[in-house]
Each structure stands twice: as C-alpha cells, then as structure tokens.
Ligand binder design. Sequence first.
Ligand code: CA
Length: 229
Amino acid sequence: MSKQTILIVEDEPSLIEVLSYNLEKEGFTVLTASDGQAGLDRALNVVPELVILDLMLPGLDGLQVCAQLRNDSRTKDIRILMLTARSEETDEVVGFNMGADDYVTKPFKVRPLVHRVKALLRRSETSSESSSDVISAHGVEIDRTNHVTKVEGEEIELTLTEFRLLWALMRQPGRTFSRLELLDDSRGADANALERTIDVHIRALRKKLGSRGDLVETVRGIGYRFKRS
Ligand code: CA
C-alpha cells in the first residue's frame, strides 16, 4: 500500500513538530501549513487522505477552511480532524455542522489522536471493499461498507460520529445504550469526550433523519435506543 498523506494545518510550531514526528513514525507522509490559506492551497494541490485542522488559525480559520474543502469536488471526501480548545466548545459543534469528521480537544495526548487518525483512514479504506454490510429498518438504511445512509431512499450526509452512532443503535434495535457506551462505540475506547457531547450528536442525527428522527428514542436517565422493528 502506498503511503497515506496527512496535512497538518496548525499555527503552533511545537504542535506541528510533535504531530509530524509521531505520524511519520507511523508511516504517514506528513505535510504542514501554518495558516488557513496556505493549508487550503496545499490541500487543493496535494489532496491528502486526511487533514488535521486547527480551529483557531491566522487568516482563514479552521471552519472556513473546512467549508471550502467540503465545497470542492476534489477535496470534499478528505477526512478532516479538527483541533479545538476546550473554551471553544460551542465551536466544536459548529465544526461538526461544517463537515469535520471528528475533533480532538486541546490539550491532547498524542497516542489517542493517532488512534483517531487511523480510525478515520480505516473508514476510507473499507469503503472500497465490495462486501456489503447493510441494515434497513423503518425507512432508514445504513450501509457501513459504502458509508451511505438513506432515508426513504434519499441519501443524507452524516458526520463520522453520527454515522457510527446510528450504526451502533440500528445494529441492535430496541436495545438501550447508555451515553457512555455510545461514546465508546462512536469514538473508540480511549475517548475522554464528555457524555453530553453525545446529546449534541444525537440531536444533529435526528435532525438529519428528518421525518424518521423519532426512531432514535430517548430513554430517560439512561441514554438512547433505535425503535424496535
Ligand atoms: Ca491555533
């Protein structure tokens, strides 16, 4: 397999250094840019497999870069991992709406971040396999192999987290999942994300499911479940 390319768009030299070092050690080709416009230009030029994108950047910020990458047919499928600071929590939510696949909060540990990067890239790899892995219920269809979700036959766009949540819920309809379980299922066992993050993703997921949003049921005091068949 040829080396996968990761572009780091980050204005803190020390972070660029530690991320580059660790990702190169894992066998990735690493490119860097230290402001939003340079990052965008680089991404359009090289079309990396994944972009690690800082939210707060000089010039174009991470959200603007993310939106522009998603708007361009060459770069719209690139995996985007957003880096945010804890005080920017509301922006994390905006980040997901703007199409980031996942985010990591600063300060972060390098190992879990590399784990997330690999998980995001695995999703791209498996999408080229031919065997199908499809669940369909109540007019909602989710295809894990091709990473496609349909409501009444119409394709909808989910973030990686929303997709994993829906997959976890639909795989066992009627089973109630605690928020903690869903965190593990959607973000990997090393996740330290807050439980209420799940509520935000569930809300976004329901909205995207439209008329079928109420299939994702709230179980008060515990978590969520997908309506039993
Ligand atoms: Ca920054």
